[in-house]
Design a protein. Structure first.
Ligand code: SAM
Length: 378
């Protein structure tokens, strides 16, 4: 049995493990990810459907990398012709920690040329079938043990395909999905984000509530894996198309937005950003309500529900933002009584300005900045 690995910033691994468990896959939490047993087709399916990981990898081999020869033997014994589409281009990315082999450029060059040699004879000169997605092979060497993994997404999974416009300081879509999971929001009560920016949290929420995959038009490298799609590589006759590269399940065009069972709504005081959120929602094919509103003017959209928000952080925007935090707490206490509140910020003191009862659920690094996810009952 092969293994998959779902990547997430350290601190958020249990959130990814919980999503996997909900899909019937038991995983082992490791620093920066969750490892699980699955065949290549299952790894590909998880990459196309999971909301929380930043990457889903297929581990293709592991063994000694004590010397160039040992690593070479490991690379040469892997079945590259069944792992890679005959015409796929390949990029190799290497990391090395506490190991004899530590010159990443040399390792990258030698692995690239060994895989190229191993694939000789597989090439089919048919321009029309050439995949558009580059395959990424990650070589991770720790304590002289190398693990080789193919990236099922090809590009990072937070790139859903629908957020082609963003406001200032947007949040990665998979991190937004993690916040919703930490808020235990499952689509059964109202969701509100009073600082919604480009609408990331609301759109992720609407897709979750509709039980739809988080992606719109985008490609996945795993659609081209012969090992996950037996017809790929052998068939290889149609050009890869936008939104569904050649083989594997196609991502359909956004369905007509259907009203959610619950109201998914938000607001922002920056008018152009409100339009950005609505445009993104349209591309995702979800119905959300977004209004141009100052935090002080927001009103609850239901008797009870969940507020999830990514408040402005001073670091990224270079602004004094203390007033936003105290207004957020005051307005929620006054008008959103009994709503569950979950927010993310980089500053513990700012978090405590919201409410003295706030509790930190989890800490992680977002774009290199340490942040906390905080909660309280309004
Ligand atoms: C960190 S950004 C949110 C980004 C959003 N999660 C996304 O992914 O695009 C914070 C947002 O809060 C909004 N904001 C800041 N102060 C506000 C206030 N007083 N009232 C309403 N919105 C405010 C900003 O315009 C900005 O869009």
């Amino acid at each position: 049995m092969t293994h998959g690995y779902a990547v997430i910033p350290p601190g958020l691994e249990p959130v990814v493990a919980a999503e996997l468990a909900g899909l019937g896959v038991e995983g082992e939490v490791c620093p920066g990810g969750v490892r699980f047993a699955a065949d290549p087709a299952k790894v590909a399916e998880l990459a196309r459907t999971m909301r929380t990981p930043g990457q889903v990898l297929l581990e293709v081999g592991s063994g000694s990398a004590r010397s160039t020869e040992a690593l070479g033997a490991l690379v040469r014994r892997l079945p590259w012709k069944s792992l890679l589409h005959p015409q796929a281009s390949l990029r190799v990315e290497v990391s090395s920690k506490t190991s004899a082999l530590r010159f990443r450029e040399n390792i990258t060059r030698s692995v690239t040329s060994m895989v190229r040699d191993a694939r000789k004879g597989a090439f089919v000169p048919d321009r029309g079938s050439r995949p558009q997605v580059e395959q990424l092979l990650q070589v991770r060497i720790v304590d002289d043990i190398a693990t080789l993994s193919l990236d099922a997404g090809g590009e990072l999974l937070h790139r859903r395909g629908w957020r082609t416009e963003a406001g200032r300081a947007p949040m990665r879509e998979n991190i937004a999905a993690c916040l919703l999971a930490l808020a235990e929001w499952d689509g059964s009560d109202a969701l509100y984000d009073p600082c919604c920016g480009s609408g990331t949290l609301l759109i992720e929420g609407a897709l979750l509530a509709a039980n739809r995959p988080p992606f719109a038009a985008r490609t996945f490298a795993c659609n081209e894996w012969p090992v996950a799609n037996p017809a790929a590589g052998a068939r290889g006759r149609q050009p890869a198309r936008h939104g569904a590269a050649g083989h594997g399940p196609r991502i359909p065009a956004p369905p007509r937005p259907s009203p959610s069972r619950v109201l998914i709504a938000g607001s922002d005081h920056h008018a152009p950003t409100v339009q950005t959120a609505l445009n993104n929602a349209k591309r995702a094919g979800v119905a959300i309500r977004v209004e141009h509103k100052e935090l002080d003017d927001i009103q609850p959209t239901a008797v009870v529900g969940t507020v999830v928000s990514n408040l402005p952080w001073g670091e990224r925007l270079g602004e004094r933002v203390g007033g936003v935090y105290s207004a957020f707490g005051r307005v929620l206490r006054e008008r959103f009584s009994s709503w569950r509140v979950v927010f993310v910020t980089s500053d513990n003191r700012l978090a405590r300005k919201v409410d003295e009862r706030v509790e930190c659920l989890v800490r992680f690094k977002n774009g290199g900045i340490p942040v906390g996810v905080w909660t309280f009952l309004a």
